[in-house]
Design a protein around this ligand. Structure first.
Ligand code: FEO
Length: 403
């Protein structure tokens, strides 16, 4: 048995790196892959904590049998029914027909729908416990982090939290498997991109879950994706707390939609103005080139958001419209906003960005800027006030009266 993936004496960890998949949920790019984690507690009773995505590891069932070493698999605990963690359940039931499946009422509705089974279900309620011998698990329901059936298990003996998708990340594990083995800066972007796009919509539920978990001592976090946090679990708990409160850095992301370069010129002019006014963290994205998941990641990261669009069919550019619709759907809060754009005939880009501004309720730092036709240097001066106001709000400076 490979002891390197053992947590304590008797919790075994199967981490499967998937670098083949291009799109998570067939939507989110995976330039660095993704990993799936499954855990097996080998105690007086043996319990498997979730499975992995079917077809990603041909040795998964062999690993379970190797860890069991002739023992019976007593329980499968299903924290989350999304198929990246549950699609091996059908095969598991075939190979271990007596295994008892632990979940909640919502878990079993989905599980039956996928695997056509209803035997050996053990329904738990929020706060129920399960005695495995040394380990005593407590089940805590965390609905909508990020689907309705999600729950976590807390090992009251050793302080291990089996957290489901919570505290997970995009990105395969490139060697280091524990938080103390890696330069976390290499993983933080992908963790935030995972949080913001997969979990972020449910941030209020994350806050509720964190409040519940704050009463227990968590020594190790075992999520379903990515690193196991054995040295500093408070770090990732702190990140989740920050992100779910919409707390952000004093920087800005400028995102533009431009067909022939005029709106792009405004974006670069505003970004330069932000820098000239002291903002050091600035990202500029072309909405036609950068996948929306990276745009949302940066909107989660930075407090300042500057959106620009040319007009298109009397509306904003379709990819910008898609971004604004998604931001409204997610209910992102507490951002500072500037909007700008261009038009040739009747407009529509800036007009609809203004409507978005009203709907999302973010503070607009300056009046919208709209330029007709070519964004010549003398016309760009109209963007100065927006850059100065945004920088002032981000950096906490007073805006100078004389400018
Ligand atoms: Fe990793 Fe919601 O599945």
């Amino acid at each position: 048995m490979n002891n390197r993936q053992r947590i304590g004496n008797d919790i075994y960890w199967k981490s499967v790196n998937d670098r083949r998949k291009n799109l998570f949920e067939n939507m989110w790019p995976l330039p660095y892959g993704v990993s799936y984690n499954s855990y097996l507690i080998r105690d007086e009773k043996c319990a498997l904590m979730d499975t992995v995505e079917s077809g990603t590891d041909g040795f998964y069932m062999d690993w379970i049998k190797e860890v069991l070493d002739g023992r019976q698999l007593d329980y499968l605990v299903v924290h989350h029914m999304e198929l990246d963690h549950s699609s091996e359940i059908g095969e598991l039931i075939r190979q271990f027909p007596d295994v008892k499946i632990i979940g909640n009422a919502k878990t079993f509705k989905v599980l039956s729908a996928y695997f056509g089974c209803s035997d050996n279900f053990v329904e738990v309620k929020d706060g129920d416990t399960l005695d495995l011998g040394h380990h005593k698990l407590k089940f805590v329901f965390t609905p909508w982090v990020h689907w309705p059936e999600t729950m976590v298990s807390y090992d009251m003996t050793d302080g291990v939290l089996f957290s489901g998708d919570a505290f997970g990340m995009f990105g395969a594990l490139d060697g280091g498997r524990y938080d103390d083995q890696v330069d976390f800066a290499m993983y933080e972007e992908e963790m935030r991109r995972y949080y913001s796009n997969i979990v972020g919509k449910y941030s209020s539920m994350v806050q509720k879950a964190l409040a519940r978990l704050s009463t227990i001592e968590v020594r190790t976090i075992c999520p379903l994706h990515g690193l196991v946090w054995r040295s500093d679990p408070s770090r990732v708990i702190g990140l989740y707390d920050r992100w779910s409160r919409y707390d952000a850095e004093a920087g800005a992301v400028v995102i533009y939609a431009s067909m022939y370069g005029n709106t792009a010129r405004m974006a670069d002019y505003i970004a330069t103005g932000l820098a000239d006014n002291g903002v050091k963290s600035i990202r500029v994205h072309d909405v036609s080139k950068t996948h929306i998941s990276y745009l949302i990641n940066d909107i989660w990261r930075y407090r300042g958001v500057v959106l620009g669009s040319c007009a298109y069919n009397l509306h904003m550019f379709p990819l910008m419209e898609n971004l604004t619709r998604e931001l409204l759907h997610m209910g992102v809060k507490n951002r500072l906003l500037g909007v700008f754009g261009t038009f040739s005939w009747n407009g529509g880009g800036v007009k609809n960005l203004k409507t978005f501004a009203e709907e999302i309720g973010w503070e607009q730092v300056a009046p919208a800027v709209e330029i007709h036709g070519r964004t010549a240097p003398e016309k760009l001066l109209a963007c100065d006030a927006m850059a100065e106001a945004m920088a002032g709000r981000l950096l906490g400076k007073e805006i100078s009266e004389e400018k």
